[in-house]
Design a protein around this ligand. Structure first.
Ligand SMILES: NC(=O)C1=CN([C@@H]2O[C@H](COP(=O)(O)OP(=O)(O)OC[C@H]3O[C@@H](n4cnc5c(N)ncnc54)[C@H](O)[C@@H]3O)[C@@H](O)[C@H]2O)C=CC1
Ligand SMILES: O=P(O)(O)OC[C@H]1O[C@](O)(CO)[C@@H](O)[C@@H]1O
Length: 384
């Protein structure tokens, strides 16, 4: 049986990556710091996924186990040494913390003379997520290890799309997911010959990951921050408000203009409208209760230079295209106040203790003075 190691036994890990790996006949070892989940995986070696649709289909997942990387890092190294595939879904901020273990796993393969090709795929909401992981892993590799990686280990970028909301069930392993799913891996960066059913292999990931990130993630975040601003608790509640739906459609329209300008070879205006309409219906799935706080989590990350708002704004501006709808959401992200979210607390503290221009520069990385002034004006407009 083929073996996969997956970092992050959370929502997307169990609710999507685990399903695809299981359907492809893999034995999956989940690596996580959550001992409740890891203990349950080792006790049952199985779990269930529920599909959030009127039919409420259930999918049984088997041949799974877990390792707590805090308590048993050596077991993770051994698992990577014997793996046929390694994936992650732990959040972009956490990737640096697993880099050393990944490097040790690679070194263990090299010491054991295991020259079977292996790919690492980071399945995070991030452009160049696996490349970022590789950069961090490289910090722990010697020149000899690097030569080994060059021959046998691939770090293909990937994009995953499935809405898996926060889970509140008695069973810590049960996970409810939307029916839609899409997993794309950049085949040109792979070393292994393994190809999975249910994964789309592309040689040009960039247009597809940008379409996904700037449509699903920018769109969802637009609904979340607008909903938070108006005091709604769930995405579905917020979407009932016509101004919020209009804000989403305005962001989508700017996104289409950018995607067509950059990637007109891949997409038509009609196909993008269809893609965006499907996304609205996914956000409005009545079977899913998705908290605004989940979709709005980590606002400092989401205000990043290459993230879902600042990057499209920069790229639209460079092309002389409109970006008012994106900019409006940026104002509401700065106003986002969730006492349970450490980044939201940090952002609000920065706003009270430092000059606004400095906070904008630090958080967004923007240096264009005109844009900084525009951001300042929306931040002031929505400051509470
Ligand atoms: N939930 C969703 O709908 C989607 C999420 N994603 C991406 O997948 C990633 C994970 O998201 P979710 O599954 O929603 O989050 P989650 O919070 O449910 O899962 C993350 C898991 O990582 C674990 N973790 C945290 N620090 C760790 C460490 N140092 N070592 C090992 N495990 C650690 C947590 O305990 C948790 O189980 C994010 O990058 C997200 O953007 C991508 C597409 C869809
Ligand atoms: O995981 P992040 O980057 O915090 O953003 C949450 C996002 O995850 C998703 O659930 C799936 O991509 C989106 O719907 C949402 O925008």
């Amino acid at each position: 049986m083929k073996k996969a190691v997956h970092f992050g036994a959370g929502n997307i890990g169990r609710g999507f990556i685990g399903e695809i790996l299981n359907q492809n006949g893999f034995e999956v070892t989940f690596v996580d710091v959550n001992s409740t989940v890891i203990d349950a995986l080792n006790a049952r070696h199985a779990y269930e996924i529920g599909i959030a649709s009127p039919e409420h289909e259930k999918i049984a997942i088997s041949n799974v186990s877990g390792i707590n990387n805090k308590e048993n890092p050596e077991a993770v190294v051994e698992a990577i040494a014997a793996a046929d595939m390694v994936t992650t879904a732990i959040g972009p901020n956490i990737l640096p913390f697993i880099a050393e273990l990944c490097a040790k796993g690679i070194q263990a393969r090299r010491s054991a003379g295991n020259t079977a090709a292996l790919d690492f795929a980071a399945c995070e909401n991030m452009i160049g997520g696996t490349a970022f992981l590789f950069e961090k892993v490289s910090e722990y590799l010697t020149a000899e290890d690097q030569a080994f990686v060059e021959r046998y280990i691939g770090f293909p970028n990937a994009a995953v799309d499935r809405i898996v909301p926060g889970q509140h069930h008695e069973d810590p392993l049960y996970v409810e997911v939307e029916p839609f799913h899409e997993w794309v891996i950049d085949e040109s960066q792979m070393k292994s010959e393994l190809r999975l059913e249910g994964v789309h292999y592309a040689t040009d990931l960039e247009p597809f990951i940008e379409r996904k990130l700037f449509s699903v993630n920018s769109g969802h975040a637009t609904v979340a921050y607008n909903s938070a601003y108006k005091g709604y608790k769930t995405i579905l509640e917020g979407l009932q408000h016509e101004e919020i739906l209009a804000a989403l459609k305005a962001v989508q329209s700017e996104t289409r203009a950018l995607l067509l300008a950059k990637w007109g070879k891949y997409f038509t205006a009609e196909s993008l409208v269809e893609y965006h309409d499907v996304i609205i219906s996914r956000f409005a799935n009545p079977e899913i209760v998705d908290d605004v706080t989940r979709v709005g989590r980590t606002p400092i990350r989401k205000l990043g230079y290459d993230e879902r708002f600042i990057r499209p704004i920069r790229e639209l501006k460079e092309r002389g295209l409109g970006y008012a709808a994106h900019l409006d959401v940026v104002g509401k992200i700065f106003a986002y106040d969730d006492k349970e979210d450490p980044q939201s607390v940090e952002l609000q503290e920065k706003l009270t203790s430092s000059a606004l221009t400095d906070v904008i520069k630090e958080v967004t990385g923007v240096t264009d003075e005109t844009l900084i002034e525009e951001i300042k004006s929306v931040v002031k407009k929505y400051a509470k």
